[in-house]
Design a protein around this ligand. Structure first.
Ligand code: PGA
Length: 248
């Protein structure tokens, strides 16, 4: 059975008192799983994550970073700062960053480069909006996001990235893409990456309302290597069910 990657994205949720038991539970769940388990948390909880998760099987990291090393960028956090907390992962280009904070493909590109240079594993998100899907532009939008975000990167770099296809219309809405829609787009993304960068073994997750009731269907698709899980990672019992899904 192929290992799946199940990575939580907490967004701006949780608090210190809930995270202590949560991290303890997650470490235990990961220990009993053959899948790769990870979680990305608000910056301010990285110290607790390091304390409780460093040295366990859980990969952890941040939900964003800035591409500069240091300087007058009030409110921003650098890759080196994430390394101070022994982070493994950093989410880059999440659609909420793209829409609410106006991050462009060029911003995503700079962040990916800096994350890779700093030894972090970026989780690069891409995905179309509902209007783009309805206008038959989903594939061209995804191709543009991938090519823009990966511009100038070499084979060795692209092969270290984890990707996440997150159709914007499925995020936090309760309406997941069907497993066929997700499979189709992820297979397409893998083709684009293989053709342009020569990387044939890319890891691509699906994200958007993945939950215990649909995880098995999504994760059993051949091109879907795992999930980036928002809402359902907040309840450890739901996250545990997804992590423990058995697929052929
Ligand atoms: P969701 O979020 O699971 O709550 O839809 C996924 C994500 O945005 O990464």
């Amino acid at each position: 059975m192929k290992k799946k990657y199940l990575i939580g994205n907490m967004k701006m949720n949780m608090d210190y008192s809930h995270l202590e038991p949560y991290f303890g539970d997650l470490a235990r769940i990961a220990d009993n799983s053959n899948n790769v388990v990870g979680v990305c948390v608000p910056y301010v909880y990285l110290e607790l994550a390091k304390y409780m998760l460093d040295g366990t099987k859980v990969l952890y990291g941040a939900e964003n970073m800035y591409h500069e090393d240091s300087g007058a960028y009030t409110g921003e956090i650098s890759a080196n700062m994430l390394n101070d907390f022994a982070c493994d992962l950093v989410i880059v280009g999440h659609s909420e960053r793209r829409s609410y904070f106006h991050e462009s493909d060029l911003d995503v590109n700079k962040k990916i480069k800096k994350a890779l240079d700093s030894g972090l594993t970026p989780i690069m998100c891409f995905g179309e909006t509902l209007e783009e899907r309805q206008g038959n532009m989903a594939f061209s939008v995804v191709e543009k996001q991938l090519m823009g975000g990966l511009q100038g990167l070499e084979y060795d770099e692209v092969s270290r990235i984890i990707f996440a296809y997150e159709p914007v219309w499925a995020i936090g809405t309760g309406v997941s893409a069907t497993s066929d829609q997700a499979e189709e787009m992820i297979a397409f993304a893998k083709r684009i990456i293989a053709e342009n960068f020569g990387v044939k073994e890319t890891i691509v997750l699906y994200g958007g309302s993945m939950k215990p009731s649909n995880a098995e269907d999504l994760l059993s698709k051949p091109s879907i290597d795992g999930g980036l899980i928002g809402g359902a990672c907040l309840k450890i019992d739901d996250f545990e069910k997804i992590i423990n899904v058995k697929v052929e």
